[in-house]
Structure formats: structure tokens, C-alpha cells
Ligand binder design. Structure first.
Ligand code: KG4
Ligand code: ZN
Length: 337
């Protein structure tokens, strides 16, 4: 079965054709990064306008690259939320229009569940149950994935998401948006033990995270150095910051996996592209005897193929969306589409 999938939750207009939830026939991503760069982050109004301009062409390209016409498509999957509401609405409205005009069934997909499903594209053998660490610009969750469509969030960030924290730390050392990627690059040769970041302690929520204190610590480091006429090393600060975030994420995931008796660990979301996180996770999973699954780099950041993968399993479970489908900016992972 072939699904045409659409993703427009943030600053990427994306469409894909995915067969049986696992085989990617096309995966088109039109990024707006360059446009948002001068503002230091995503400007929601600009994002919505660019989605409107790009979406028809992106969908057409996805169909033609897959050698398909709409007659070959069995369902249309679209990201319903979470994300920027004006951006989401473009994809949702386009998908609804297409479904209404053609009679092709419509499926709503949760963006975070989509990130998890991105792993099905890389690892054909991967099946739930497993434990997923989803780390993106807007979310950081430890999720007990009970089946393809049953999720339980067992750990979450109390403040900043891991990607958001990376982006803010990058800004303190003058790196342009998208900060996380640039921080990863420049910190490759940095000394990860140069700056001792505090490890936040939470009195409740065994698997929860908190990253905003780390960001404040980074800001203070840079500020104090500049008052003394000195400069911090961006390479070392980046390496030390990423090490601290990575250690926290990995420690909580390992703890949750042991408590739950999980044997498979899945990494997902934009931050899963981070080289230190991938390495640390691999080391810890090997040490603890867990099988680790990580998406290929092209499926870490936002894309529509992951939406097609999750859409397939939603379709099999009988879920369908109607013409009353609306975008939901702060949709939780367990919320019914
Ligand atoms: O999943 P995603 O593409 O969008 C959201 O759903 O939020 O994640 C974007 C986040 C950004 O904060 C970006 O800086 C971060 O992922 N990111 C990285 C890397 N690549 C992307 N953070 C650290 N290292 C990377 N290599
Ligand atoms: Zn995302």
C-alpha cells in the first residue's frame, strides 16, 4: 500500500511516498533554514508563508520521483501536531483538500510518533515493544512504545527541549541558527571536560530532564569571561555542554530501560543526529546488553517519510481523519488524532 505523506510542522515543507510503512519511494524536503538564519531562529509567520508557496511543488515532486500519480495512492497522511499552528495548518489544509477532491482516505499523524517511526525506514526488522528517546527542537521524551500505535510517555523535559538547549548554547558562543548542528560540528575537537556544567537534580519524576540551568550556566561562563576581557573556547564549551546533555539523556534512558525490562532502545528526533549522543548511546547500550536503533541522518530531522511510516500503522489500526481535522500546536504524544 502506498501512502503520500505531508509534513509542515516547523521550517521544512516535506512530502514523501512510502510503501507499506517501510519502503521510501520518494522523500522531498524543502528547507527554509537560510531564510530564518538572519533572525536567529524560526519566524512563524515567514514559515507559514513559505509552506504555502512550496507545498504544491513539493507534493508534485514527491509523486513524480516515486513514479506515481494520485491514482496509485491508497492514503494521505499528514502531521496534525505538535508544531507551529500556522505552519501545521498549511499541510493539514492541503492534505484535506487533496483527500476531498480525490476521495483518498486521510490519516492524521502525531509528529513525535512520526520521529519514532522514522526508525522503521532504516531498520526493517524493528518492531515494538521498545523504549524510545525522542529528542528534538521542541520535545524531549522517554517513551514506552507498547505497539505501533500505543505510546506511554514515562520521562519528559521540565523546561527546555534538548534541541532548544543546544540551540541556545550555540547562540551564547555566537554560532548561527541552526545552532545544534553547528555546535556539534565545532565541538568535534573540543575538550569535553574543560567546563564542569552542573547536573540538575529533580526531586520527582525519576526519568525527567531539565536543561534550562545548563543554558544559564553557559551564558554566565561567557559573560564572566568577557567581563575579565577573556574569551571562552567555543569548541570546549560546545563539547562540555553536549557531553553534559548527552550524559543526562543516556543515563535516564538506561535507567528507564532497566526498570521496564526493555531490550530494544530507539533514538529519534533532530538531536539524534548528534555525533556524541549517537556514540554514547551505542557505548551504553553495548555495556548493558540492549539493542540500539538509530535513524539514518536523513530521517533524524523533520521529513515526511517518517510521517508515511507512522501513517501506515495508523491506517492498519483503522484510524481515519475527516474534513473536520484541525492542526493542534501542543498535541501530546498520547492524544488521539
Ligand atoms: O526534530 P527536529 O528537526 O525538529 C523538531 O521537531 O523540533 O529537531 C530540530 C532540533 C534543533 O534544535 C537542532 O538544533 C537539533 O535538532 N539538531 C542537533 C543536531 N542536528 C539537529 N542538535 C545537536 N546536534 C546535531 N547534530
Ligand atoms: Zn521534528
Amino acid at each position: 500500500m502506498k501512502i503520500l505523506s505531508i509534513e509542515s510542522s516547523c521550517d521544512e515543507t516535506a512530502a514523501a511516498v512510502v510503501e507499506d510503512g517501510r519502503r521510501v519511494l520518494s522523500n522531498i524536503v524543502a528547507s527554509q533554514v537560510e531564510e530564518h538564519k538572519i533572525y536567529g531562529g524560526v519566524v512563524p509567520e515567514i514559515a507559514s508563508r513559505r509552506h504555502v508557496e512550496a507545498i504544491s511543488g513539493v507534493v508534485k515532486n514527491a509523486l513524480s520521483e516515486a513514479n506515481c500519480s494520485l491514482d496509485d495512492i491508497d492514503a494521505i497522511a499528514v502531521t496534525q501536531g505538535p508544531g507551529l499552528v500556522g505552519a501545521l495548518l498549511v499541510g493539514v489544509s492541503y492534505a484535506k483538500g487533496l483527500s476531498f477532491a480525490t476521495g483518498i482516505p486521510l490519516i492524521a499523524v502525531n509528529h513525535i510518533e512520526g520521529h519514532i517511526a522514522g526508525n522503521y525506514l532504516t531498520h526493517k526488522e524493528l518492531k515494538p515493544p521498545f523504549l524510545a528517546l525522542v529528542v528534538s527542537g521542541g520535545h524531549s521524551h522517554i517513551v514506552n512504545v507498547k505497539s505501533y500505535t500505543e505510546f506511554e510517555v514515562i520521562g519528559r523535559t521540565r523546561d527546555d527541549a534538548a534541541g532548544e538547549a543546544m540551540d541556545k548554547a550555540a547562540r551564547t558562543v555566537g554560532l548561527p541558527y541552526p545552532g545544534g548542528v553547528n555546535l556539534d560540528k565545532i565541538s568535534q575537537n573540543g575538550d569535553e571536560n574543560k567546563y564542569k556544567f552542573p547536573t540538575p537534580h529533580l526531586s520527582t519524576g525519576k526519568y525527567d530532564f531539565s536543561f534550562s540551568g545548563l543554558k544559564t550556566f553557559a551564558v554566565n561562563l561567557v559573560h564572566n569571561a568577557s567581563q575579565k576581557g577573556k574569551e571562552v573556547s567555543a569548541e570546549d564549551l560546545g563539547a562540555s555542554f553536549i557531553k553534559t546533555v548527552t550524559d543526562i539523556l543516556t543515563k535516564n534512558t538506561m535507567l528507564a530501560a532497566k526498570d521496564l525490562g526493555a531490550t530494544q532502545i530507539v533514538l529519534a528526533g533532530g538531536v539524534s543526529a548528534n555525533s556524541r549522543l549517537r556514540k554514547k548511546m551505542a557505548e551504553e547500550c553495548e555495556k548493558n546488553g540492549f539493542s540500539l536503533f538509530m535513524p539514518e541522518l536523513k530521517y533524524c530531522g523533520d521529513n515526511a517519510a517518517m510521517v508515511g511510516a507512522q501513517g501506515y500503522y495508523e491506517f492498519l489500526s483503522g484510524k481515519r481523519a475527516g474534513m473536520d481535522l484541525n492542526a493542534v500546536a501542543s498535541m501530546s504524544i498520547t492524544e488521539e488524532c
